[in-house]
Design a protein around this ligand. Structure first.
Ligand SMILES: Cc1cc2nc3c(=O)[nH]c(=O)nc-3n(C[C@H](O)[C@H](O)[C@H](O)COP(=O)(O)O)c2cc1C
Length: 440
């Protein structure tokens, strides 16, 4: 089978990636607390045959709350429980911190979701960063070495707990009265430097055995963790070269852990405002984000090496400014920002292109998103992408109706789900319990 693009949909706070999405015309401003809205968005992605939903999580309140909603879901597991009941095929990946959760809680929640969704659950195992998150647990953020030491132990304990209920242990034979084979449900008795558990867990296997492990990040410690355990990586990269280097780093780490590099899929992010033409797309973004532009313009000038006193939002950069501009090597977005500025757009329009957003941004017709993904995919920079639409209520549909058919026509994206589990969708090998290769 030829390699095809795998797509994930970012499901955040219920509104979309634009800070002003909550105020967009037609958007219910209470979507943040609406599980019906999350279900609708999940169903929209499933209509487009997306392989998975990705729910990041802090959890903490980091937002300009007077003007913008929090970034995260109310609760990622409860959201996915609701979505699981109203969808059939799409994978469900939630973030869960290895630093601020006990392995036993992670094990039972994710395996319960896996059963509820008939084998569609994935766990984005992250170590959490930021003192604001730590403070919510009455703690300081441990050192990177401690966080990752605990992460390695936590994933092993969780997977051991998942495997502690033997694959064939559940007999549930009403005629004989045998409920389960106790010999095949055994304690794990694991105790490490950071975490431990006696077990066993009281939950039988799902249709995919157990949830898939995902990681989000890109530090050297993250490479080793993901290389050992993850089947997918949620990444962030601004150029083909950067994405290819990241993908290679994860693949190399998987090889060092004794695995086949194809067992780990790398997904950089892509943000989208899909519209009939560039001007319409820019205006849609300006209407919702203009408030932030004075501050963003100052930052943009800084990474272009220009003086901030000279900001004129309604005008293009002058010839003198363009000549003097020096993209900062500290910010990987600066070269692309300068390229857009050189096209002669006003500073407002340059910012509306999303040149200093978290990921590359497509602002315009669907074909531009398809071309971007094809180029990255064929350059070995990605196995797929996680998509953050500007406004979920209509942005997911715009992607599904505009971009997906182009990718399908080009043979780059599946026509329909071939399997029924997240493991199937990702092409991840069967696994139950701990991977013996990870115990070395
Ligand atoms: C695309 C992307 C998504 C991320 N999502 C989350 C998230 O949802 N929750 C979280 O705690 N950290 C998230 N992270 C942060 C990483 O977990 C990690 O803390 C960071 O990338 C590297 O820092 P560290 O190695 O010092 O932890 C994400 C990182 C990236 C690149």
């Amino acid at each position: 089978m030829t390699r095809q693009i795998i797509l994930g949909m970012h499901l955040g706070n219920g509104y979309g990636a634009l800070p002003g999405a909550w105020r967009a015309p037609g958007v219910d401003p209470t979507n943040y607390v609406s599980f019906d809205a999350k279900v609708r968005h999940g169903q929209a992605a499933e209509r487009g045959k997306f392989h998975f939903l990705f729910l990041p999580d802090g959890p903490s309140l980091v937002a300009d709350i007077e003007n913008e909603p929090p970034h995260f879901n109310l609760d990622v597991m409860l959201t996915l429980a609701a979505v699981a009941r109203e969808t059939d095929r799409i994978g469900l990946i939630a973030t869960g911190s290895t630093t601020f959760n006990a392995p036993y809680n992670l094990a039972r929640q994710f395996k319960a979701l896996d059963l509820m969704s008939h084998g569609r659950a994935g766990w984005n195992a992250v170590t959490s960063s930021g003192e604001d998150v730590a403070a919510n647990y009455g703690a300081r953020l441990p050192s990177s070495a401690e966080r990752y030491g605990r992460a390695h132990e936590t994933i092993q304990v969780v997977q051991a707990l998942w495997g502690s209920w033997g694959r064939e242990a559940w007999v549930h034979d009403q005629a004989t009265g045998a409920f389960a084979n106790a010999d095949e449900i055994a304690p794990i008795n694991l105790r490490g430097q950071f975490v431990g558990s006696r077990g066993p867990l009281y939950i039988p296997p799902s249709e995919q055995g157990q949830p898939v492990i995902v990681h989000a990040g890109g530090s050297p410690n993250g490479h080793e963790l993901a290389g050992r355990f993850a089947n997918a990586v949620i990444g962030a990269a601004f150029s083909i070269e950067d994405a290819r280097a990241q993908r290679t780093a994860f693949r190399d780490a998987a090889e060092r852990a004794g695995r086949d590099p194809d067992e780990i899929k790398y997904f950089p992010g892509l943000m989208t405002t899909i519209a009939s033409d560039r001007r319409t797309a820019l205006d849609r973004r300006i209407a919702l984000t203009q408030r932030t532009f004075p501050q963003r313009a100052a930052y943009l000038m800084q990474i272009l090496g220009l003086r901030t006193e000279a900001i004129r939002l309604d005008e293009p950069l002058s010839a003198a400014q363009l000549a003097a501009a020096r993209p900062s090597p500290q910010d990987p977005r600066s070269a692309h920002a300068l390229k857009i500025a050189r096209e002669g757009w006003s500073l407002t329009d340059v910012l509306a292109h999303g040149v200093i957003d978290y990921h590359p941004v497509i602002v315009g017709p669907a074909i531009e998103a398809a071309d971007h993904m094809q180029a990255w995919f064929e350059a070995g920079a990605a196995d797929g992408f996680w998509i953050s639409p500007d406004i979920y209520d209509d942005g997911i549909d715009a992607f599904v109706d505009g971009v997906v058919p182009i990718l399908q026509e080009r043979g780059l994206f599946h026509q329909d789900y071939a399997g029924s589990t997240l493991r199937d969708h990702l092409g991840a090998p069967a696994q139950y319990g701990v991977d013996p290769r990870a115990m070395r």
